[in-house]
Design a protein around this ligand. Structure first.
Ligand code: IMP
Ligand code: MG
Length: 173
């Protein structure tokens, strides 16, 4: 399977960037406690590495969402497949996602979670595809902005495969 994927961002570059993001987040949240919400499944690979470089106290929760509607176009109406275990009221929340494409998933999630009265909400994504954005959302931490390519690895899947690749690549069809 590995041979079908062309490397786009090498493992060493991701490791370096994830460390930088962790250090930046630690500075920004100095003196605070951070509640990290990981968006399953893709975000979990990134989150696990990121939090190792965060030096303020961190708690974790997980959420799984799926897009309503057909095929490859994100409808923007998302279904919560697994909700959070804990309340986020009064907490400084950081949402950790694998990739932001149209932005519709996170736009909806920000509305849903924002209504639960957190103290603050910020977004952190490993990858960003700015050319694909359909709705404006504030993204506070971005690992890499990439072209409009379908990528896999480091948590990202193609039909549930390739999440375990240690690098980000493009599936060659
Ligand atoms: P959005 O609502 O369009 O921003 O959807 C983002 C979601 O689409 C991500 O959480 C991924 O699950 C999926 N996605 C978007 N682009 C890619 C890609 O290049 N590879 C794998 N999954 C992707
Ligand atoms: Mg996803």
């Amino acid at each position: 399977m590995k041979d079908e994927v062309k490397e786009l961002i090498p493992e060493a570059e991701i490791t370096k960037r994830v460390r930088e993001l962790g250090e930046q987040i630690s500075k920004d949240y100095a003196g605070k406690e951070l509640h990290v919400i990981c968006i399953l499944k893709g975000g979990v690979f990134f989150m696990c590495e990121l939090v190792k470089h965060i030096t303020v106290p961190v708690t974790h929760d997980f959420m799984a969402v799926s897009s309503y509607g057909d095929g490859t176009v994100s409808s923007g109406r998302i279904k919560i497949v697994k909700d959070l275990d804990d309340s986020i009221e009064g907490k400084d929340v950081l949402i950790v996602e694998d990739i932001i494409d149209s932005g519709r998933t996170l736009q909806h999630l920000l509305q849903v979670l924002g209504a639960r009265n957190p103290k603050s909400i910020r977004l952190c994504t490993l990858l960003n595809k700015p050319d694909r954005r359909e709705v404006e959302i504030p993204v506070d931490y971005i690992g890499f902005s990439i072209e409009d390519l379908f990528v896999v690895g480091y948590g990202l899947d193609y039909a549930q495969h390739y999440r375990n690749l240690p690098y980000v690549g493009v599936v060659e069809v």
